[in-house]
Design a protein around this ligand. Structure first.
Ligand code: DGL
Length: 274
């Protein structure tokens, strides 16, 4: 057993969405302690420039390193799109993004065209187009800027506004008969039922958090880094926003009460990188 196996897994996101990834990690690996950083003060990342998101991502990873993690999971598609190569190159611990595992899962699910819905910045990065095309498949990406605020507001999946926004965004993907649809934003699993209904039963919905959690579990097991314990691990959260709001809204994303939320200042994230 590797001596690092008792160290935590660090997870970061622009805010709450990455909690869907943390929930998948906890479900697959209940003994692991998760440190989660949600950069709610600077959310959304999806409408910012890739250069800005890259800087935020590197600062977030630097803060995560303070906890001596055995693995850093970039639980945000936009941060993954903007910075996955830089994050890998600048960290001595393994860094896992949420994009590559989802693309691999989608390629395994269909021979047909692959659809991707994501934030504007993720679509602009062209990462999905590059990875799917390289594998010899057709790809269609659609940015959905209205979805993150709608999800954060907590509207139910059968809300008329949710359905009308989704119908508009999914129209071209339906017409092109994609075989799989990647939910390329860690918020979107909260609308997976509505998206599944609109796309129909023949389209495989790929949850990037689930795919990344499976990749994380494989990686830790392969390196003897998985924590062997009967005692459940903790979920300890930090946010640059309001901890009370984070705890309240976060419950919906993670599916249970969050053990602990602490505030961290964005200046501390910047200082961690300096
Ligand atoms: N969590 C981000 C993502 O997965 C979406 C939210 C944001 O725009 O910051 O792309």
């Amino acid at each position: 057993v590797n001596e690092m196996s008792h160290n935590p897994i660090a997870v970061f996101d622009s805010g709450l969405g990455g909690l869907t990834v943390a929930a998948e990690l906890a479900r697959l690996m209940p003994a692991e302690t998760l440190i989660y950083l949600g950069d709610s003060a600077r959310v959304p990342y999806g409408t910012k420039s890739l250069a800005t998101v890259r800087r935020f991502a590197l600062e977030n990873a630097a803060f995560c390193r303070k906890f001596d993690p055995k693995l850093i999971v970039v639980a945000c598609n936009t941060a993954s799109a903007a910075a996955m190569d830089e994050l890998e190159a600048s960290n001595h611990v393994p860094v896992l993004d949420v994009i590559r595992p989802a693309v691999a899962t989608a390629l395994a699910a269909t021979d047909g065209p692959i659809g991707v819905i994501a934030t504007e910045a993720t679509v602009t990065s062209g990462v999905y187009d590059r990875l799917v095309t390289q594998a010899g498949c057709d790809v269609l990406t659609q940015s959905c800027p209205l979805l993150v605020p709608i999800i954060e507001e907590g509207r139910p999946q059968d809300d008329p506004i949710v359905l009308s926004v989704l119908s508009d965004y999914l129209h071209e993907l339906q017409r092109r008969r994609v075989g799989a649809l990647i939910l390329g934003c860690t918020h979107y699993p909260l609308l997976s039922e509505a998206i599944g209904k609109l796309m129909g039963p023949d389209v495989a919905l790929i949850n990037s958090g689930q795919a990344a959690a499976r990749a994380a579990a494989d990686l830790l097991r392969r390196d003897g880094l998985d924590r062997q314990s009967q005692r459940p691990g903790l979920l300890r959260c930090f946010t640059t926003g309001d901890p009370a709001r984070f705890a309240t809204l976060g419950t919906r994303f993670v599916g249970h009460v969050i053990d602990r939320v602490d505030a961290v200042d964005t200046d501390d994230l910047k200082a961690a990188l300096a």
